[in-house]
Design a protein. Structure first.
Length: 283
C-alpha cells in the first residue's frame, strides 16, 4: 500500500532527490536506506512511498560525490493528519513546508455515497465523521453516469473539460481550517444556446439530495466571470474567469438538477446575437 509523492526541486546533473524519516519504511533517518526519487520532467521528482502512519520526515539531495544536502526545515516535516489513503498524491516543493493532497477517486466516491442526507453534509455531523475517520470526503466527479447534452461543446476527453482532480491543501502538520477545506471542481461542459450560454457541471452521485439541494448551492455572476459554491463540508467550488464576452448577471439563472446529478448555469449574453465559439478568452 503506497501513496505517490511529487516534489519540485532544482538539482544539478548527478544529483538524486530522496526521502527519509523516522519510520523504518522510510529508512529511519539512514540516508543509505532513503527512498530515491526519479525525474522525467525538469525539476519534478516522483516516487511511490509506503502509506505513512505518521511521524516526521524530510527530503534530501544526494550528489554524485556522496554529499548530502537536507532540507533546512526546523522542525522536520510531519505527515498530514488527514486526507492520506492508498492512491493519494502528495505534492510539495523542496525546502517549503506547504503540501497539497489529492485524494484517490475510489476514496472520494465512497465518502460521497456515505452522506445522502443534506443534514449530515452541512454542519457538525459531517465534520465529526471526517475527524473520526481521518479522511476528507470531497468528491471528484469521475466514473459517474453523466450524459453531456448533444449541443454541448466538447473540448477534450469524452465530453468533459478535464482540468485535473481536486486538491485539498494542508500546511505543515496542521489540518486546514474549515474555511480552507475546499474542493475545486474542474469538470464541466457548455453549449451556446442563442441568447444564453449553458454550463453543465456534473456532481457526484449522492452529493445533491433529492430535496433541499437548492439550499446548498450558491452561484455568483459578474460581467466576465462566475463563481459556483456548494456549501457542504468541505465546500465544493467552480470558478470560471475571463468569459468569452460580457454577460448580464441579473438575468443569469442557476438550475439544480439533483436527479441528474448536475447543476446548470445559464448565462445571459449581453450581446444576444453574438455566437460563442469558446467559453473563455484565450488570453
Amino acid at each position: 500500500m503506497s501513496i505517490h509523492v511529487e516534489v519540485t526541486c532544482e538539482t544539478t546533473a548527478g544529483d538524486t532527490l530522496c526521502l527519509s524519516g523516522e519510520d523504518p519504511s522510510l529508512g529511519a533517518w539512514d540516508t543509505s536506506k532513503a527512498i530515491c526519487f526519479q525525474t522525467d520532467t525538469a525539476n519534478v521528482w516522483s516516487a511511490k512511498v509506503p502509506l505513512p502512519s505518521g511521524g516526521q520526515f524530510k527530503f534530501l539531495v544526494l550528489s554524485s560525490s556522496g554529499a548530502v544536502a537536507w532540507e533546512t526545515l526546523e522542525p522536520s516535516r510531519c505527515w498530514p493528519t488527514s486526507g492520506l489513503s492508498v492512491g493519494s498524491v502528495v505534492r510539495t516543493r523542496f525546502g517549503q513546508v506547504k503540501m497539497s493532497i489529492e485524494a484517490s477517486t475510489d476514496l472520494i466516491e465512497r465518502q460521497a455515497r456515505s452522506f445522502r442526507d443534506v443534514s449530515q453534509r452541512v454542519g457538525s455531523a459531517l465534520q465529526e465523521d471526517l475527524d473520526r475517520k481521518g479522511q476528507n470526503a470531497y468528491y471528484h466527479a469521475h466514473n459517474r453516469d453523466f450524459k453531456v447534452p448533444e449541443d454541448a461543446k466538447v473540448i477534450t476527453g469524452a465530453g468533459l473539460i478535464n482540468g485535473g482532480p481536486p486538491v485539498l491543501l494542508e500546511v505543515g502538520a496542521e489540518t486546514v481550517t474549515e474555511d480552507d477545506r475546499t474542493m475545486w471542481l474542474k469538470d464541466y461542459s457548455w453549449s451556446d444556446s442563442g441568447a444564453k450560454v449553458k454550463v453543465y457541471v456534473p456532481i457526484g452521485e449522492g452529493i445533491l439530495p433529492d430535496e433541499g439541494a437548492e439550499a446548498l448551492v450558491q452561484a455568483t455572476y459578474n460581467a466576465s466571470n462566475l463563481d459556483l459554491v456548494i456549501n457542504g463540508r468541505p465546500k465544493q467550488r467552480l470558478k470560471i474567469d475571463k468569459l468569452n464576452a460580457d454577460i448580464r448577471p441579473e438575468a443569469c439563472t442557476t438550475r439544480v438538477e439533483a436527479k441528474k446529478n448536475r447543476i446548470v448555469l445559464q448565462l445571459a449574453k449581453k450581446r444576444e446575437s453574438t455566437t460563442w465559439y469558446n467559453l473563455t478568452k484565450s488570453k
